[in-house]
Design a protein around this ligand. Structure first.
Ligand code: NDP
Ligand code: MG
Length: 384
């Protein structure tokens, strides 16, 4: 189609990736799929490719390569494998926009590669900005490309800023649901199992971000993400717990006026807004009904119990490679918790120890970030 936006979806087999394909399925005249990538879920990737007929598919897990290739070559779809291949294919000439929906540090290289090739970015992979926000945002500026937030809180802020770009932000409030353990204290948290942590009250997401939501690390990562996306100082960012997840975040301007963006919790809305920007695309998503929510409530986040949020603020304030350390230690901690190797509260212990142990670099280069990530993972595994 002539005027449709050509999209590469990195991580198409995940929670964000599959919902992005739902949006595209509902809007076949607005979007075309150029590239799909997955890691281990070969069968879903094959089904997606047969339905959406992209030019190219990457299966990151090399063990699945021949299986995917044999299935898709029949359909005239190119198939590549390996991490490097994702960073290569995002540079293909036909792509207008890259949706970064890989989870974790693994998404960094391909995001930088896409920006280098001048592609617009719809960014779900928040860890990219947590790890190397300075490099990623200055590269985007240099290349003249926009990073459209997919994360619902950041999409909310971005929507509140429409028409306000010349007006300085005084402050932003990121809302947090509080997760499944809101109101609980340490004695309770010391006994929780992954099955409880994986039950989020309002959102259905991939395993890693669901654990991050239970530990409030997700909000910590989002605070750092917001700093880079909107060019804010740490003291301009606040977190407020809002259990109903209807107000997705707020901006306060210098005249004291506040704008909020609201809606039912459904990631398809921010995904569609990022992909369709500057247009709002008509949708049949369920509408918010005030009478179903007679009370919207707000409360302080408990950073004494949920130390990850405090650790993230600390890392942001420290700057340099501290947030990169925080992120790598957290990825190891979450994996260990999901493998029943450590308890819920020990995740914060591990992250704190890594922040103390890893050498601080005040102005890291890309290679410094790569080394910091590797070294932090090594130290974290040793500490386990
Ligand atoms: P999922 O775990 O559901 O999906 C992750 C995707 O990345 C899958 O396609 C997976 O492939 C792929 N992947 C995983 N590891 C690698 C790797 N090493 N190399 C290449 N590809 C890999 O995660 P989500 O969709 O929940 O989250 C994706 C990102 O979006 C995260 O950064 C998260 O923080 C962010 N986000 C998610 C939200 C949500 O509602 N889910 C909300 C806001 C932000 P496969 O499944 O085939 O193995
Ligand atoms: Mg979010």
């Amino acid at each position: 189609m002539e005027n449709s936006k050509k999209i590469a979806i990195l991580g198409s087999t995940g929670s964000i990736g599959t919902q992005a394909l739902d949006v595209i399925r509902a809007n076949p005249n607005s979007f075309e799929v150029e590239v799909l990538t997955g890691n281990g879920n070969a069968d879903l990737l094959i089904r997606q490719a047969i339905e959406f007929n992209p030019n190219t598919v990457v299966i990151a897990d090399q063990n699945k390569y021949h299986y995917v290739k044999d299935e898709l070559n029949k359909h005239d779809i190119k198939v590549f494998t390996g991490k490097k291949a994702i960073a290569d294919v995002v540079q293909m000439e036909n792509i207008d926009m890259v949706l970064t929906a890989i989870v974790g540090y693994a998404g960094l290289e391909s995001t930088i590669s896409a920006i280098n090739a001048g592609k617009q970015i719809a960014l779900a992979n928040k860890e990219t900005l947590v790890v190397a926000g300075d490099l990623v945002t200055s590269l985007a500026k240099e290349k003249g490309i926009n990073i459209y937030p997919v994360d619902s809180e950041h999409s909310a802020i971005f929507q509140c800023l429409a028409g306000e770009f010349h007006n300085p932000i005084e402050k932003i409030y990121l809302t947090a649901s509080g997760g499944p353990f809101r109101g609980k204290k340490k004695d309770f948290l010391s006994t929780v199992k992954k099955e409880q942590a994986l039950k989020h009250p309002n959102w259905e997401m991939g395993a890693k971000i669901t654990i991050d939501s239970a530990s409030l690390m997700n909000k910590g990562l989002e605070v750092i993400e917001a700093k880079w996306l909107f060019g804010l100082k740490p003291e301009q960012i606040d977190v407020i717990v809002h259990p109903q997840s209807i107000v997705h975040s707020l901006v306060q301007f210098t005249d004291g006026s506040m704008k909020a963006q609201m809606g039912l919790p459904d990631m398809k809305l921010p995904i569609q807004y990022a992909m369709g920007y500057p247009n709002r695309i008509k949708s049949d998503f369920p509408r918010f009904n005030f009478l179903n929510y007679p009370q919207l409530t707000f409360e302080q986040a408990d950073t004494e119990t949920f130390r990850n949020l405090a650790l993230a603020f600390e890392a942001m304030n420290k700057g340099g490679n501290a947030a990169c350390v925080l992120n790598a230690a957290n990825e190891i901690a979450v994996q260990a918790f999901l493998n029943d190797k450590i308890g819920f509260l020990q995740m914060s212990d591990l992250i704190e120890k890594c922040l103390q142990k890893i050498a601080f670099i005040s102005k890291p280069s890309y290679n410094d970030y790569v080394e910091t990530d590797t070294e932090t993972r090594r130290v974290a595994r040793e500490l386990l």
